[in-house]
Design a binder for this molecule. Structure first.
Ligand code: PLP
Length: 364
């Protein structure tokens, strides 16, 4: 059997007719950027997360960097961020000239709240939390620290659509929740797309203006903005996906439960949720001290896996200028050396999952 790490086609064929009908409807409408589909998607996504406003943007990276821009965080400012995040989280900070200050993760792959406080300096302006792999971070502790020190809180929810902490949706704890709808995300478009959710009316307005060349009214430009508009085709297709999100998430949770209950290899450590957190299982990430040998073993069986992520941002060539070294963040680096994402996608069959489970359980 051959099993790929991800199968986006399966997610398409689940709702093929609805996607095709919506695509034709938009193509025939004659209106392609910032229209009714975008407005409707923004309303529906805001309502889904429980936030007051949603503003559609062109990508998850745009959601991040525009957030820091609009919060006035730039040169000379520091933003605390976990070491084990995707590089886009860090670029969202550095595009504005601000400095990322990396903090080690806790055992649940989230930023370690106990280490945040020690990293705060007089230059610290914000904390950026990534709900990595779909698992909600410990938002009560993190929110409390941000309040106590007067820091902005930004959430990178590119992997956590619908994940909750103590019943509250990720993305609604701080100033801004940043989402990506890249095709492989839990709510995926058929191209690039992103959004932010915010509760503050003025900040919401600032995003709306910024994404469209800084103009509220056509050809009247208030600020130097960007072109980060969500298009009608993606918004329409995202509405279809969003209308099925409960069943899509439940399916991922069932797949994760099957892994949790059936993987039983003492060489492999399963993911553990923080107390009060739920996961939407963007990835199912196991850890193994002999990860590369495990990956090769699974490759031999035709089981594809991915490492999220092999090089932590502080060791990326792009960030050499920050002067971190190998050994600067031992917990983060150990994670990068031991994590492995096993097949997890909507539409995986029970037979395929059985095959993955057997392959992992037989690793010696
Ligand atoms: C995918 C992702 C992003 C970036 O989203 P794009 O839409 O690809 O720009 C940012 N942060 C995390 C954690 C991601 O997984």
């Amino acid at each position: 059997m051959k099993i790929m790490p991800n199968r986006l086609d399966r997610g398409f064929y689940m709702y093929q007719q609805e996607f095709e009908r919506k695509a034709l409807e938009v193509l025939r409408s004659g209106w392609y950027v910032l229209g009714d589909e975008v407005r409707s998607f923004e309303e529906e996504f805001a309502s889904y997360t429980g936030a007051k406003h949603c503003i559609g943007l062109a990508s998850g990276l745009d959601a991040l960097w525009i957030s820091f821009r609009l919060l006035n965080i730039g040169r000379g400012d520091e933003v605390i961020v976990q070491g084990n995040t995707y590089i886009a989280s860090v670029m969202g900070i550095t595009i504005n000239g601000a400095t990322p200050v990396f903090v080690e993760p806790d055992p649940h792959f989230g930023i370690d709240p106990l280490r945040i406080e020690r990293a705060i300096t007089e230059r610290t302006k914000a904390v950026l939390v990534t709900h990595l792999y779909g698992m909600a971070s410990k938002m009560d502790d993190i929110s409390e620290i941000c309040k106590r020190y007067g820091l902005h809180l930004v959430e990178d929810c590119a992997q956590s659509h619908g994940a909750r902490y103590n019943g509250q949706m990720t993305g609604t704890f701080g100033d801004v929740g940043c989402f990506s709808f890249y095709p492989s995300k839990n709510i995926g478009a058929f191209g690039d797309a992103g959004a932010v959710v915010v509760n503050n009316d003025n900040l919401a307005e600032a995003f709306r203006i910024f994404r469209n060349y800084g103009s509220e009214k056509r050809y009247y430009n208030k600020v130097i903005g960007a072109n980060s508009r969500l298009d009608e085709l993606q918004a329409g297709l995202l509405r279809v996906r969003l209308s099925h999100i409960e069943e899509l998430t439940q399916e991922r949770q069932k797949i994760a439960e099957r892994y949790n209950n059936n993987l039983n290899n003492p060489l492999i450590r399963l993911p553990e949720l923080a107390k009060g957190a739920t996961s939407v299982w963007h990835q199912y990430v196991v850890r193994c001290e002999e990860r590369d040998r495990l990956k090769a073993h699974l490759d031999n069986l035709g089981i594809g896996t991915i490492i999220h992520y092999p090089i932590p941002p502080h060791l990326a060539e792009a960030y050499l200028y920050l002067n971190y070294k190998k050994g600067s963040l031992p917990i983060t680096e150990h994670m990068a050396d031991t994590v492995l994402s096993i097949p997890m996608y909507n539409g995986i069959t029970e037979e395929e999952q059985e095959y993955v489970i057997n392959g992992i359980n037989h690793f010696r």
